[in-house]
Write a protein of this length. Structure first.
Length: 389
């Protein structure tokens, strides 16, 4: 299974790998989706969550193999032998710590005490790739504990694989299909190779020619720009309704001279009760929206770390949005904090024939998610403020 181990590592680190018959036994774990031709495996949110809960990709692979009875039994025998050794030394603290690390896997490991053994298993190739050495080696022991404990959690979430269609830039509805992954924004290593199943993180400047057609073409091939365009569009639609509530994208006045690359953008939401709430950063809003759309950020970073990372990598893209005349920066005054809104040149585009076909209509669920999440966020925070008082 060394080939399958390498494929799983590729899946975890690249988001996609080739399908093989030997991996079919793991299909029900719900850790990946199938391409529409079933030739590729595409990472799922469950796999991302698993990777984010573990130190390395290799730990993640070990946990996946530990869901299978043959690996679980062999590795449980080794752990049981280590527990027996701690018991023979009356090392209660070590026993407590190790059993605690096993969590829900502790019972199945303890059932193997009669078969406890530090003998080599039949899975040395897999173990070398997943642990860095054979499972019976002392350096593997902490990794074995993590693998067995995580495997129990994986088994609880079993589900069938979902098929994903290829991304088609001419069909936005299919491009923003639920269960997609979206790569972290990247302006530095632009690749000509298009992702077939993952939304690309590549963001290039629009270029010198800016008109209705070029703006739409740029947005269609640039998912992050498309998403940010919908933020400004949702803000504009909300404002045009002339009812209570609204969304503002503000920056600190000290950042005004850096408006093309602000350190962060603050999201200010006015509720239907006319309460103004400073909710958080633009990255936080985008992550909430993606979650609502059932689209996951492809990263090994834990959720709490994703916000700072996303704020940082989105920063230069704000300048691209301004250059493309999709966003407009408003300098503000002594009574008006610097902020962004839809650019007058882009504002009418969603209502044109091309804009309706390629932006407003296929992206209406994105616009709705942005407004819905902004409102929910403000209500959540205003409720927390009231409860503290």
């Amino acid at each position: 299974m060394s080939k399958e181990t390498l494929l799983l590592l590729a899946l975890i680190e690249q988001g996609i790998c080739v399908n093989t018959s030997n991996l079919e036994v793991l299909q029900t774990l719900g850790l990946w989706h199938l391409s529409d031709d079933q030739q590729c495996l595409i990472a799922s949110k469950l796999l991302l969550d698993l990777r984010q809960s573990l130190p390395t990709s290799q730990d993640t692979v070990a946990a996946i193999f530990a869901t299978q009875a043959t690996y679980q039994t062999a590795w449980s025998n080794i752990v049981a032998a280590q527990l027996k050794d701690a018991g023979s030394r009356n090392d209660e603290q070590a026993l407590i710590e190790q059993i605690s690390q096993l969590s829900d896997a502790a019972e199945s490991v303890l059932n193997q005490l009669d078969n406890a053994s530090l003998q080599a298993t039949n899975f040395i190739e897999v173990e070398s790739l997943a642990f860095g050495q054979a499972a019976e080696q002392s350096a593997s022991y902490p990794k074995l504990l993590r693998a067995l404990a995580s495997a129990v959690t994986i088994k609880k979430d079993e589900k069938s694989a979902i098929e994903l269609t290829k991304i088609d830039s001419d069909n936005i509805s299919s491009t923003w299909q639920i269960n997609r992954l979206i790569r972290v924004p990247d302006i530095t290593s632009i690749s000509d190779k298009a992702d077939q199943y993952l939304l690309t993180g590549n963001v290039e400047a629009i270029g010198s020619e800016i008109d209705k057609q070029s703006s739409l073409a740029w947005l269609l091939k640039t998912p992050w720009a498309y998403l940010l365009a919908h933020v400004a569009y949702a803000q504009d639609v909300w404002r045009s309704e002339q009812i209570a509530g609204g969304l503002r994208l503000e920056i600190d006045p000290t950042q005004a001279k850096h408006f093309m690359q602000p350190s962060k953008i603050q999201v200010i939401v006015t509720t239907r009760d006319d309460v103004e709430v400073s909710c958080g950063t633009l990255a936080e809003l985008l992550l909430r929206v993606l979650d609502n759309l059932s689209i996951s950020l492809f990263t090994e970073l834990a959720p709490k770390q994703q916000v700072a990372k996303l704020d940082a990598v989105i920063s230069p893209i704000i300048g691209y949005m301004v250059e493309a005349k999709v966003w407009q920066f408003i300098q503000g005054s002594s009574k008006d904090i610097p902020h962004y809104q839809i650019h007058p040149q882009f504002e009418p585009i969603p209502n044109t024939r091309l804009g309706t076909i390629n932006f407003a209509r296929p992206g209406q669920h994105i616009t709705a998610a942005i407004r819905e999440q902004a409102e929910h966020w403000a209500v959540e925070l205003s409720g927390q403020i009231r409860s503290v008082r």
